[in-house]
Design a protein around this ligand. Structure first.
Ligand SMILES: [Ca+2]
Ligand SMILES: [Ca+2]
Length: 336
């Protein structure tokens, strides 16, 4: 069945596509995580920038005695938190490693296709719009659960990946790691038409300029934000060229954020590459800070993967079981 694009819709086929058979976790026949030990907490968060529904996965091992990492998962168009959890199996990782998972939900009241409105300049700045709302939601979790503030990361798919980079640029004080799957760089578009163009051909904006703009948006909260990038070579919804732009944008941002100087200690030339096979063949590239040696960006190019989460579950939409396990790799990259 043809599904709408996750980044920005071109079709109207979103109704109930890929919904799990049962949203209940841990119950008989639950499709999310058969061995789930955690529980869902859900509700509506309301802050200065508006209100959105959220779902929070509290792992079975959480008892409030120690601060735990927080994974923020931003779904693509036509998805919701349950669907995204099912397709990524992130909650199973959360139960195994004892971290919280927050799934902010967009909702059709704010975008007819449930897409985060990443292509609007009103949502590319700190303190306003959807970034402020998501940041407020993270703050709510921090206020109500014991969260290790140094281990908060945001991962997104497609439109959620676009928003993940925006969160890294606008709230690096909250967000310490970014993972972008089948997405676009910060500020890849400033209009809906531009979004379609970026998806089809790559952004017309210069990634270096966008990297500088991202760093500017960080303001006094500036810091290096390690970023993981995934893209399939057979993604016909979001041109894989966008992944190259994401790496280049974050290279420039992190070059500036590291020492304030645009001197190339972080750049978009891979320092090491390796190939492997995990159902699909892939190439992994590491981008290191030449001053510290630390990996600042890591990129996976996955052969033959379409517009989907790699190594996921068909219990959710836009997920391909074949390919390296993007969920486990994200958890590892984030250090959870
Ligand atoms: Ca530098
Ligand atoms: Ca530079």
């Amino acid at each position: 069945m043809k599904r709408p694009t996750v980044l920005l819709p071109s079709l109207l086929l979103l109704a109930a596509c890929g919904q799990p058979a049962s949203p209940a976790a841990g119950g008989a026949g639950a499709t999310l995580t058969p061995q789930a030990t955690g529980r869902w907490v859900s509700g509506t968060y309301t802050g200065g920038a508006g209100a959105r529904f959220y779902r929070l996965w509290v792992p079975g091992g959480y008892d409030g005695t120690g601060a735990r990492p927080l994974m923020v998962m931003l779904h693509g168009c036509g998805q919701d938190g349950y669907d995204f959890a099912a397709g990524t199996r992130m909650n199973a990782q959360a139960d195994a490693r004892n971290f919280l998972v927050l799934y902010p939900e967009q909702g059709t009241a704010y975008n007819a296709f449930d897409c985060w409105n990443w292509f609007s300049t009103a949502n590319q700045r700190r303190g306003v719009g959807e970034p402020a709302l998501i940041a407020g939601m993270i703050g709510w979790v921090k206020a109500n659960y014991r969260v290790d503030a140094a281990r908060v990361g945001v991962a997104g798919l497609s439109a959620g990946a676009a928003m993940a980079s925006i969160m890294g640029c606008t709230y690096p004080d909250h967000i310490r790691r970014v993972a972008a799957f089948a997405g676009v760089m910060y500020g890849a578009a400033t209009t809906a038409t531009g979004a379609t163009d970026a998806m089809r051909s790559g952004s017309l904006y210069d990634p270096n300029g966008r990297g500088t703009a991202c760093h500017g948006e960080m303001g006094g909260a500036r810091r290096v934000v390690p970023t993981l990038v995934f893209h399939g070579t057979a993604d016909t919804t979001v041109n894989p060229r966008n992944a190259t732009q994401i790496v280049a944008q974050w290279a420039q941002t992190n070059d500036l954020a590291y020492d304030g100087a645009d001197d190339g200690d972080v750049d978009a030339t891979a320092d090491a590459s390796a190939t492997g096979t995990a159902c699909r063949s892939y190439t992994r590239s590491d981008y290191r800070n030449s001053a510290t040696g630390g990996v600042v960006m890591q990129r996976y190019v996955i052969d033959g993967l379409g517009h989907a989460w790699s190594g996921g579950s068909t219990a959710g939409s836009y997920s391909d079981p074949c390919g390296p396990d993007a969920t486990a790799l994200t958890v590892g990259f984030f250090g959870f």
